[in-house]
Design a protein around this ligand. Structure first.
Ligand SMILES: Cc1cc2nc3c(=O)[nH]c(=O)nc-3n(C[C@H](O)[C@H](O)[C@H](O)COP(=O)(O)OP(=O)(O)OC[C@H]3O[C@@H](n4cnc5c(N)ncnc54)[C@H](O)[C@@H]3O)c2cc1C
Length: 404
């Protein structure tokens, strides 16, 4: 079968590209390995709640295209400011300490900006102030932002990340919103692409269910999968693979717990499991006022917990929460959903960070090959990487480049 364009992957980037090309009258197909659409945007219905196991926050909400798509598609938007922008619960973390931590974190980001503006693409950990008592907790923040500890993360890449500081949510699910944006597009799910021949026209794409051809192909699979050669490119693309290898996906995973007697906690409040070590969970109590706790783990902790599976996540959460609220608290919580993104073979992690010295690899990854093979996905975004709106922008950019 022949198409104008084959899009590999139906996550935020693939769907955005597909929608743009479809609306321009092009004959397009999205080929998706999973049984579902949305990729790292994934809403699961559990116990009557729409739970986002992947992206949940409309970061930079006023300029986030998914905000407009939500409005026009009839999704409600919740504008409650995120817990990280407000004081945390004071258990083990008095307000005075929270102010100290906030000041130390702001000063750290200022040093990152200074170093990056001087052009030195050093590990972001070099911007920590030696001996600062808040370094451990600033390290935990790294695991949530990058999915990796600061010593692995490029200061320039971190500096480039653009954030309006306004974050909204979609109670019916960000993943659901992304998946629904594919309504009416031609999609082949459950069909893995394993080889793309791009040496002559038409391009040839081999899938689990046979080969197809196209005038152009847009690849949106994650940088970790590109680096790991989950798809074979012929001719080979060593520069592309090398760039992708410098933009690995970090580890971040969510665990949802049911919570009995939820009213004890303020709606949308938060606490850290520990403030004195790098590698602890962040606990979002009663998201949307629901009787739940959304637990977030990143970096090496998430990587280690993934090896132990769902039980290990629950045991870790229980230990950290019991430490704050006493042993009876264990009877009030039960695990209801978790997903291990690092061992998810169609993701290979949560979201990308650039290794020190390699911030410019995002542009190398995003560059088209011979005006017929295009790349999109969050890792291709210079300053909105790691997000669903960054993925969207790169998908539309690839589609626009192709339409030219
Ligand atoms: C725990 C977690 C929390 C997050 N929180 C947020 C947040 O609050 N806000 C935010 O903006 N972002 C968040 N993100 C990041 C966001 O989800 C991603 O950046 C975004 O969804 C990536 O979209 P994408 O299209 O680039 O990639 P993907 O969604 O990974 O899409 C690529 C698609 O390609 C498919 N695929 C892979 N291999 C093949 C193959 N061989 N053949 C065919 N198809 C293939 C995959 O199945 C997938 O559907 C979070 C992610 C995680 C994991």
């Amino acid at each position: 079968m022949h198409f104008d364009t084959i899009i590999v992957g139906a996550g935020a980037a693939g769907i955005a590209a597909g929608r743009r090309l479809h609306d321009a009258g092009k004959r397009v197909i999205l080929v998706e390995a999973r049984e579902r659409l949305g990729g790292r945007g994934w809403t699961r219905q559990v116990n009557g709640f729409a739970l986002d196991l992947g992206c949940g926050w409309l970061h930079s909400a006023p300029r986030n295209p998914w905000s407009d798509i939500a409005r026009t598609s009839g999704f409600t938007i919740d504008k409650t400011p995120p817990p990280w922008s407000r004081p945390s619960l004071t258990n083990g973390f008095p307000l005075e300490h929270q102010r100290g931590f906030r000041a130390a974190l702001d000063a750290f980001y200022e040093r990152v900006d200074e170093v990056a503006q001087s052009g030195r693409d050093v590990p972001a950990s070099e911007c920590l102030k030696s001996g600062d008592p808040w370094n451990a907790l600033i390290g935990t923040v790294a695991t949530f932002i990058a999915g990796a500890e600061w010593d692995k993360v490029s200061a320039i890449d971190l500096h480039r990340y653009a954030d309006t500081g306004v974050n909204w949510r979609v109670p019916d699910g960000y993943g659901e919103l992304i998946a629904r944006h594919a309504a009416g597009l031609n999609v082949a799910i459950n069909n893995r692409v394993h080889r793309i021949d791009h040496g002559s026209r038409p391009l040839r794409v081999e899938t689990d269910k046979g080969a197809m051809t196209a005038d152009a192909v847009i690849v949106t699979v994650s940088s970790t999968l590109i680096a790991g050669e989950a798809i074979v490119f012929a001719p080979a693309l060593p520069e592309k693979l090398a760039a992708a290898a410098q933009l690995p996906l970090g580890h971040d995973d969510k665990l949802f717990l049911s919570l009995e007697q939820p009213d004890e906690f303020e709606k949308d409040s938060r606490l850290f499991g520990r403030t004195d070590r790098t590698g602890s969970g962040a606990y979002h109590m009663r998201p949307f006022g629901r009787p739940l706790i959304e637990c977030y783990y990143g970096g090496s902790v998430a990587e280690t917990l993934e090896r132990g599976g769902p039980k290990a996540f629950f045991e870790f959460a229980k230990e950290e929460l019991v430490n704050h609220f006493g042993s009876d608290f264990a009877k009030r919580i039960a695990p209801i959903a978790v997903h291990c993104w690092g061992s998810d073979v169609f993701a290979g992690g949560a979201y990308s960070y650039a290794k020190p010295g390699y911030a410019d690899c995002r542009a190398v990854l995003a560059a088209p090959v011979n005006d017929c093979l295009f790349f999109a996905g969050e890792a291709c975004s210079r300053d909105d990487f790691s997000t669903a709106h960054g993925a969207y922008f790169t998908g539309v950019a690839a589609a626009e480049a192709l339409l030219k």
